[in-house]
Design a protein around this ligand. Structure first.
Ligand code: NAP
Length: 280
């Protein structure tokens, strides 16, 4: 039976150490959160990020904009926040209403306040191995490997999904740690043949029961990034957890796995930004 990677406990540890370090700064770190429209899931995410900020001793500044906000209005607010010395990190909650171009919005955030790690400057730095704000979800997964002393060097790492926020940066980070990386996506034929070769399998697709036990090698490390709902409305991942847990050496649960780590890494990124802005 697999060892269950406890993302909740690990995230609590990360946040506690962030809170401790934040105390030594001369100014409280500050996060500006922009929420456009009335998406209930986005509202929940923003509330939990604000709660995390409070827990870590950070200030949070919420900017709630109406659904019909124009692009120039949103870009104007971002320009203001880029200049605001109380703001160390800027987060625009996605998805945005249709009239707003997400890429344009991401480009408008100053790279040194881009605590989500989505700006092309940070993406580029990540790929070439320079210090950067790392996207929170894949960075959270890397923190799990470190905490559980799971070696990556020379391992075949298979990543399912190639989104800009999870799959691609996940593959880059594993490659940087000397993994041999294969990235699969919706056009990959015979995916099971590839996943069966994985020493480390990370699934970030968003399709429940996509990863079944016959697709997993005995002793593999299985990380489930996805957040889906089952028929009963309960949160679940891509992995058939009960069956895959019998074969894997390590596995992450959903909920209680990658999700809490994503939130914790955001706090870590805000602290890093604040230290940078204070010259520490
Ligand atoms: P996304 O942008 O929708 O990307 C999904 C990826 O999966 C795409 O690259 C897509 O391929 C690929 N894909 C679709 N069907 C596939 C299939 N049958 N076989 C293999 N690959 C397939 O999603 P995302 O934003 O990366 O998020 C992925 C999942 O992680 C979602 O469930 C999301 O809710 C979850 N998530 C969780 C956290 C967390 O904190 N735990 C954070 C972010 C996201 P193409 O590129 O070819 O379309």
């Amino acid at each position: 039976m697999a060892i269950v990677i406890d993302g909740k406990a690990l995230a609590a540890k990360v946040k506690a150490s962030v809170a401790e370090e934040a105390k030594s700064l001369t100014r409280q770190p500050g996060l500006a959160v922009i929420l456009v429209g009335n998406n209930p899931a986005s509202r929940t995410y923003v509330t939990s990020k604000e709660k995390d900020c409070q827990e870590c001793g950070f200030l949070s500044f919420e900017h709630k904009l109406p659904e019909e906000t124009r692009e120039d209005e949103l870009l104007g607010l971002i320009a203001q926040l880029n200049e605001d010395p109380k703001v160390d990190g800027i987060l625009v909650q996605m998805p945005l209403p249709r009239q707003l171009d997400e890429q344009k919005v991401i480009h408008a955030i100053a790279p040194e306040k881009d605590v989500d790690g989505f700006h092309p400057v940070n993406v580029g730095r990540l790929v070439i191995g320079e210090p950067a704000f790392l996207p929170c979800t894949p960075a959270g997964v890397m923190e799990m490997f470190k905490a559980y002393e799971i070696p990556i060097r020379g391992k075949h790492c298979v990543v399912l999904g190639r989104s800009n926020i999870v799959g691609k940066p996940m593959s880059s980070l594993l490659l940087q740690q000397d993994g041999t990386v294969t990235t699969c996506h919706s056009k990959t034929p015979n995916m099971a043949e590839i996943t069966r070769q994985a020493d480390i399998l990370v699934s970030a697709v968003g399709k429940r029961n996509l990863v079944t036990a016959d697709m997993v090698k005995e002793g593999a490390v299985v990380i489930d990034v996805a957040m889906n709902r089952n028929d009963a409305g309960k949160l679940c991942g891509d992995v058939d957890y009960p069956e895959v847990a019998k074969k894997a050496s390590y596995i992450t649960p959903v909920p209680g796995g990658v999700g809490p780590m994503t939130r914790a890494i955001l706090m870590k990124n805000i602290l890093t930004a604040a230290k940078m802005h204070q010259g520490v």
